[in-house]
Design a protein around this ligand. Structure first.
Ligand code: PAN
Ligand code: ZN
Length: 190
């Protein structure tokens, strides 16, 4: 098929670098505290948060519609709220890519935290995230953002369009480390 038959038109979008809003996004994915059952160490603390704060917003992903086909790049804004479940810092679920040999670039626009990464064979790495810092997630590394600050952790993410998201393996395996805030000190354990 000649490429002209499925040619996509170029486009631009505006991104508010301070608050992470994309104008306009095509899809807006919302994760609430109740979507995070099974991810935090202190399950009772998560249930208290859900009950006392009416199931608060946990994180959002703003995306553009781009074909999920090799050659394209998917892009999104990831915005993770500040807070703790017990004393464990708010985090995203985390995932491997379904096509696990696909990488991802995260450019942190606001906030502070970590990109926690692990491989299926047990390696673990944590890269600090702060405004202006880029984190490269190589192929085969599961990845999760963790917010250690008092403001939203906002990142711009780009990855191959065929990557897909595998949440199941991380939901089962977990990550080898957790990040806590105790007396305003950030602690990574074990
Ligand atoms: C990101 C993540 C986003 C939300 O766009 O999807 O930060 O985190 P979870 O997907 O773990 O819920 C990305 O890594 N895309 O591939
Ligand atoms: Zn990813």
């Amino acid at each position: 098929m000649p490429y002209t038959e499925h040619l996509m038109n170029p486009f631009g979008i505006d991104i508010d670098l301070a608050d992470g809003a994309m104008h306009p996004p095509d899809t807006h994915l919302v994760r609430r505290a109740s979507d995070m059952r099974g991810y935090y160490a202190d399950e009772a603390a998560l249930e208290r948060l859900i009950a006392q704060q009416d199931d608060p917003l946990h994180y959002e992903v703003f995306e553009k519609h781009i074909p999920e086909e090799p050659g394209h790049l998917l892009l999104c804004i990831s915005k993770l709220q500040p807070g703790c479940v017990g004393d464990e810092c708010f985090m995203t679920k985390g995932h491997y890519h379904t096509v696990s040999g696909t990488a991802e670039v995260y450019l942190c626009l606001a906030g502070q935290g970590y990109m926690l990464m692990k491989t299926a064979d047990g390696r673990c790495a944590a890269e600090p995230m702060t405004r202006g810092r880029m984190v490269y997630v190589p192929p085969h590394w599961a990845h999760r953002s963790i917010n250690t600050s008092d403001e939203p952790l906002v990142s711009f993410c780009v990855y191959p369009a065929e990557a897909g998201h595998n949440y199941g393996d991380i939901a089962t395996e977990g990550f080898p480390k957790r990040v806590y805030r105790r007396d305003r000190t950030v602690v990574m354990e074990p």
